[in-house]
Design a protein around this ligand. Structure first.
Ligand code: ADP
Ligand code: MG
Length: 310
């Protein structure tokens, strides 16, 4: 019953803003250490929406008032968010482990994820990031190589692509840390998106969905289970409608049918179910679990959550 698990944390595990995050990681650390106490081997991944937004906006604001401050490439924003979130998370985990007399080193790995420069997502960047700019400011930014899109009459915003993860550059390091019994926090915010150019890894103007990147990681480290922790205990069909139905066990085939029938909202539940399907169908016996943060162990025992398998 002891499993190798990739645990993907959603926005509710980290909160929004500095004070909230510092508090939220304590509850999150308790949930993670519960699994470690049960004997599971855990690799932790996480989202970064609010944090990467905050970092990007701070530099945008500085660039508007201080001519010498550059706008940060998206890849650098993601790198900063991995460091900031990892710092809070690894310290909360360390403290919780020490409190329970568990001797396990914890570290955050700055992680790059290869994307394909020819990914169709780059032809049509859709993910808005950061604050609003006037038409004149936007024109200047376009000249400097940024993609800008008008957003519902409110002004121009920077948009980035959301390509598929192809490979994880630091995967051998993740494996080595796991083999040494250490807890590793990796592919934060979906990983720093990079494009391979010979030996050089070039930062891409993109954000990778953390659920997709976590599924890729789970495949690469040969995990038994991908657990996606979010704000709902189960996945539903007809979500929010009178005929809403919570799902407990879900086959890959049914999941694919429900995806086609558009039961899962784009940008929230859809990437989770897609990631669950990708992992579950990658090898017989692999399971994905989608549930809420404090129910992870119950979910592993099959007592709650939505379990996706072949
Ligand atoms: P996270 O930060 O964990 O990635 P998201 O907000 O992106 O969280 O996605 C989780 C949310 O997806 C849930 O809180 C829920 O409101 C929403 N959601 C959309 N469609 C569904 C569905 N079919 N079943 C369950 N939840 C859904
Ligand atoms: Mg999400």
């Amino acid at each position: 019953m002891k499993k190798k698990i990739v645990l993907a944390l959603g926005g509710n595990a980290l909160g929004e803003g500095l004070a909230e995050q510092m508090q939220a990681v304590k509850t999150t650390a308790r949930a993670i250490v519960d699994l470690i106490e049960h004997g599971h081997q855990v690799v932790v991944t996480h989202g970064n929406g609010p944090q990467v937004g905050m970092i990007n906006q701070a530099f945008e604001a500085a660039a508007k008032t201080e001519a010498h401050t550059p706008l940060l490439p998206m890849s650098v924003c993601v790198a900063l968010s991995q460091g900031y979130i990892g710092y809070d998370l690894q310290n909360a985990l360390r403290e919780e482990l020490l409190d329970r007399h568990i001797d396990k080193p914890v570290a955050t790995l700055i992680t790059q994820v290869i994307v394909d420069g020819n990914d169709p997502a780059f032809k049509n960047p859709t993910k808005p990031i950061g604050s609003f700019f006037s038409a004149a400011e936007a024109r200047l930014l376009v000249q400097n190589g940024y993609n800008m899109k008008e957003d519902a009459g409110r002004g121009y915003r920077r948009v980035v692509a959301s390509p598929q993860p192809v490979d994880i550059v630091e995967k051998e390091t993740v494996r080595a840390m796991m083999a040494a019994g250490q807890v590793v926090i990796t592919v934060g915010g979906g990983g720093i998106p990079v494009i391979r150019e010979g030996h050089h890894l070039k930062g891409a103007s993109a954000v990778i969905d953390k659920d997709w990147a976590s599924a890729k990681l789970a495949e690469m480290i040969d995990a038994d289970m991908l657990i996606i922790l979010t704000a709902v205990e189960k996945v539903a069909i007809n979500f929010g409608k009178p005929n809403q139905q919570w799902l407990e066990k879900l086959s890959v085939a049914d999941a694919q049918r429900f995806i086609a029938e558009e039961h899962f909202a784009k940008g929230s539940m859809l990437p989770k179910v897609e990631a669950a399907v990708v992992f579950a169908e990658s090898k017989p016996g692999r399971q994905a679990l989608i549930t809420v943060l404090n129910k992870a162990q119950l979910g592993i025992e099959g007592k709650t959550g939505t379990v996706i398998s072949l």
